[in-house]
Design a protein around this ligand. Structure first.
Ligand code: PTJ
Length: 245
């Protein structure tokens, strides 16, 4: 039990979620290392949602709302930290959720399927009995995708993704949105919209934005997407890192 008075309470709470997911068997072994890297970057941006992150979130939500088949790709870490919030966002923007793992095992897929179904999201994709296709006929795990999900989607939100996967999706012509605390990662650089923020802050904020943007006309949303420059926004995100007190 973590005392609420602890100065690092929020951070310890997230660690606890990661540890519990590991004990339950759906976190990748290196999920803890990935979390630690994320923590370090979060610390450097002051553990707050920055202005460039907010701007990227507005554009991301606009792109998802404009999309014909939006999909949120989930892995062990994203599910450990924000499963309920991801479901809320998916419901708000009518997106599908697909399990897609870097360190894929049938057991982890089974446990994650159960996690989403137990939370009431029965339409979870990427399950063991799903219809799987290979993007651009690349026969490796990183290119495998659900036929009705990522395979046929136009816009994909890939939080905490690894660079290989982002590259395959990008090359196949899909619109890629990422949430990654590291503005220098291959995924951040490769994506169309990179949200440099902690997934636990970003996803609920995006749901709020979706409620606001849902009734806006298409032209307004398209202008937001077209005016956005991810490279420029990433530079601004990098400038948010403070190495001095
Ligand atoms: O569940 P699996 O098998 O798909 O594996 C998931 C991990 C995350 C282990 C796998 O995709 C991986 O190894 O990823 P990387 O290459 O470590 O990249 C993860 C990125 O997410 C890093 O750039 C981290 O800085 C970032 N990150 C970590 N925690 C958070 C985060 N970004 C946003 N919010 C976080 N809480």
């Amino acid at each position: 039990m973590i005392p609420k008075s602890h100065p690092r309470y929020e951070s310890l709470l997230l660690r606890d979620k990661i540890v519990k997911a590991s004990q339950k068997g759906y976190l990748a072994d290196s999920g803890m290392i990935a979390h630690g890297r994320g923590e370090a970057f979060d610390y450097l941006i002051g553990e707050k949602t920055t202005y460039p992150a907010k701007r990227a979130m507005y554009v991301a939500v606009a792109a998802l709302l404009l999309s014909n088949n939006p999909v949120i790709s989930v892995n062990g870490n994203a599910s450990a930290l924000a499963c309920d919030e991801i479901i809320d966002l998916a419901n708000e923007i009518s997106a599908k959720i697909e399990i897609n793992l870097f360190y894929r095992t049938d057991e982890r897929v089974r446990l994650l399927t159960k996690l989403y179904k137990n939370r009431g999201f029965d339409g979870i994709l990427g399950t063991l009995d799903d219809d799987i296709e290979y993007i651009d006929n690349i026969k490796n795990n990183r290119a495998s995708a659900s036929k009705s999900g990522i395979y046929s989607s136009d816009t994909i939100l890939v939080p905490l993704e690894d660079g290989d996967r982002a590259e395959i999706l990008k090359k196949s012509g899909k619109n890629i949105i990422t949430i990654d605390l590291n503005p220098l990662s291959r995924t951040s650089k490769m994506s169309d919209v990179s949200i440099v923020d902690n997934i636990v802050r970003a996803i609920p904020f995006m749901t709020k934005i979706a409620k606001d943007l849902k009734d806006q006309d298409k032209k307004f949303l398209m202008d937001m997407v077209n005016e956005f420059d991810n490279e420029e926004n990433l530079k601004e995100s990098l400038q948010q890192i403070k190495l001095k007190e």
